[in-house]
Design a protein around this ligand. Sequence first.
Ligand code: ADP
Ligand code: MG
Length: 199
Amino acid sequence: MAAADFSRMIAAAADTIAAHAEELTALDQAIGDGDHGLNMKRGFEAVRAEADAFAAKPLPEALKAVGTKLVMTVGGASGPLFGTLFMALGKDLPPAADRAALTAALNKAIEAVAARGKSQPGQKTMLDVLQPVYEALAQGKTAGEIADAADKAAAATVPMKALRGRASFLGERSIGHMDAGARSTALLVRAVAEAIEAI
Ligand code: ADP
Ligand code: MG
């Protein structure tokens, strides 16, 4: 991937997080502590500030640098988890990644997030978006279809009962609200899918 394409992808991710920060805050206020919007905005602005330096590295190193920066800047429960996602993608992707390599690396990265969070799909977290995105990627879906699958998966967290993260403290009362991390993951998936499609 060309450095300019990687920079554009980071900018698209940071833009969508910034544009939806208040929405993410409101979602986290309903069943968490209300910091998710600011956490994500702080992290992705920090990544944006170093986008060109990261983009100059080979793709695996660039992704690891993004993950490391997110761990250092997002905070909360989601920082180490999003950080793990990007670091694991960097660990498993070859420098010249094709769709098959991305699919395999995403599978590994989801396993790494699940291990870090002691979590699995079905518990009302970001994994409930990541897993369907992996499946759509594996099924050969288009970028638009993958982004739509991510939105649908985030919406499908509304009726779930949270079993991980702060929302799990609410038990049954977590039902009826979208998981903030699922929503931010869907936003990132759409931004990246559209950026990849535009290459
Ligand atoms: P905190 O919960 O510490 O305030 P954030 O608000 O930034 O951190 O992030 C909350 C999001 O992190 C949740 O909406 C959920 O998607 C995700 N999350 C929390 N704990 C876990 C976990 N153990 N496994 C996977 N995702 C998790
Ligand atoms: Mg929170």
